[in-house]
Design a protein. Structure first.
Length: 371
């Protein structure tokens, strides 16, 4: 029985690692990926499925699988530490949080190498496997069954809400009013989630410095701003939004000063759920906004079939060099102003003019405003 301990512990650790990656992958697939063209959402399942494949391999061939896990776990740990260090986010707490899905793989690989040795020992004795199929294949049942259960549970929790998500297909300029805010939000085009050739969306810096000579989206080409950040004065005068034509469909060389970036408070108060204002308010800090009903990624504010799940705001964060963004589900956080990826979008706004409603713009129904 003592010879079976390393293998049992290793199987348990591998199952935990696989379950954690499966939980993360399924949750992110529904949170970030849902609505994007198939099969893009399935990419989030890759880490969990890789761990599941490794689990089956290592239970079947512990020596070969143990070496493979050592290689994968070690490579992933080095890659993650290097990435975190390059972003300036390496910390002791971060290392501890990643241990279950990186360093634990290394420990698991070592234990499986011991299991391979003891398995050879057991084959050389009179040890007889159990006649019960479940007992004999318990490790397969555990390493495959637990991740499947995780997938089912997370899906059962997430899918009902996603099935009710509203998308009216309208990507034109939208009038969204309620909760003390009345604004027209830019139509699809350069004023709303303008995707760049590299596959992501402009950083806060790039949006704010668009009108600085030479006019353009690449902030790195602006003399004097190669290593400097924009601030709220740039966002209020030279931003991409200020160069939008009145209809929001064209970027012009001269500032038009019709559109602007919304504030964090305006984005939070405009969050929606099932065609109605979600009634959210912001306390000026990062974290969850105060929402009586948790909002969702729905029209008219969001494009459910696009990648962005966050919107940049016009506000600088308390953290130096950072700016605020708002998640579709009501969370407010900050990132460096140079940050740009397929999840961080933006949407310009303008004040209401008398003929907005007769032009067919849409609005959410009113939610009570505070004060």
């Amino acid at each position: 029985m003592r010879s079976r301990i390393p293998g049992a512990v290793a199987t348990g650790l591998m199952t935990i690692t696989t379950a954690l990656w499966m939980f993360w992958g399924v949750a992110e697939m529904y949170y970030e990926g849902w609505g994007n063209p198939f099969p893009a959402p399935l990419a989030y399942l890759i880490p969990g499925l890789v761990c599941l494949l490794l689990s089956v391999i290592v239970v079947t061939w512990p020596f070969f699988g143990g070496l493979l896990i050592l290689l994968v776990g070690g490579a992933f740990s080095v890659w993650w530490v290097g990435l975190a260090a390059a972003r300036g986010g390496l910390s002791f707490v971060g290392l501890l949080s990643m241990f279950p899905v990186s360093g634990m793989l290394v420990l698991t690989g070592i234990l499986f190498l011991l299991e391979a040795r003891f398995r050879r020992y057991r084959k050389g004795t009179e040890w007889v496997p159990s006649a019960n199929w479940v007992v004999r294949n318990l490790r397969y049942v555990v390493v495959v069954g637990v991740p499947i259960v995780v997938f089912i549970v997370v899906s059962a929790f997430s899918l009902p809400n996603l099935m009710e998500r509203v998308d009216d297909g309208d990507r034109s300029a939208r009038l969204i009013e309620g909760n003390g805010v009345i604004l027209v939000w830019a139509p699809a085009g350069p004023g709303w989630n303008w995707k760049q050739p590299w596959g992501g969306y402009p950083s806060w810096n790039s949006i704010a410095l668009y009108g600085v000579e030479p006019i353009g989206i690449d902030a790195r080409l602006k003399p004097g701003y190669e290593d400097a950040s924009a601030d709220t004065s740039h966002m209020a005068t030279t931003s991409l939004c200020h160069h939008l034509s009145e209809d929001g469909l064209t970027l012009l060389d001269e500032a038009q000063n019709v559109w602007r970036m919304p504030t964090t408070e305006e984005v939070v108060r405009s969050l929606v759920l099932r065609g109605e204002n979600a009634g959210c308010s912001w306390n000026g800090k990062t974290g969850w906004a105060d929402c009586p009903n948790q909002p969702d990624k729905e029209t008219p504010l969001w494009a459910p079939d696009q990648e962005p799940i966050y919107l940049w705001t016009a506000d600088e964060a308390a953290e130096e060099g950072g700016a605020y963004y708002v998640s579709y589900n009501g969370a407010v956080h900050d990132q460096p102003k140079t940050w740009g990826n397929p999840r961080h979008g933006y949407r310009c706004v303008r004040e209401v003019i008398p003929d907005d409603e007769v032009q067919g713009s849409s609005s959410t129904r009113e939610a009570p405003s505070e004060g």
